[in-house]
Design a protein around this ligand. Structure first.
Ligand code: SF4
Length: 148
């Protein structure tokens, strides 16, 4: 597994910005979970942390067992292309473009203002984590916070 990337530039793909709202210690392998937990902790402890948003493999993919040189293979050959479309969809909703560096607290604010839990089926397609409801709950929590 690659080193946990909590130092330096933290690259996150557009759709991962939403996945992080629903993270509850589950994932594709122990190494994947350990890496994602470290990223989640880093962002939670440092809301002013700068994140480079991207539409390709990111710091989370770096420890994923489904990551190949060609990118994501989770759902077969077309997986990376589908993930990139999801990334661009989320970045557009948040008013961001791939390659921009943004503070994590700004990203949270924009998710709270621009995404609803009920939007997830239209964004995330057949993601296996969607039926658990964790991501929807996390986003609704953010929305409540941003309306206070
Ligand atoms: S449902 Fe899947 S793709 Fe959508 S935010 Fe959750 S983990 Fe990410």
């Amino acid at each position: 597994m690659k080193a946990i990337p909590v130092q330096g530039t933290l690259r996150l793909r557009g759709h991962t910005l939403l996945c992080l709202q629903g993270f509850r210690g589950k994932g594709y392998s122990p190494g994947f979970v350990e890496n994602l937990a470290a990223i989640h902790r880093e962002l939670t402890a440092n809301p002013d942390r700068s994140v480079e948003v991207v539409d390709g493999p990111d710091a989370v993919c770096g420890a994923c067992p489904h990551q190949a040189i060609s990118g994501c293979t989770l759902s077969g050959e077309a997986s990376e292309e589908a993930m990139q479309a999801q990334d661009r969809h989320v970045l557009a909703l948040l008013g961001l473009q791939a390659g921009m560096s943004v503070q994590w607290c700004t990203i949270l604010e924009r998710i709270g203002q621009s995404v609803r839990g009920d939007d997830l089926p239209g964004i995330c397609g057949q993601c296996r984590w969607l039926p658990l409801g964790y991501c929807k709950e996390g986003i609704e929590r953010l929305r409540q916070g941003s309306s206070q």
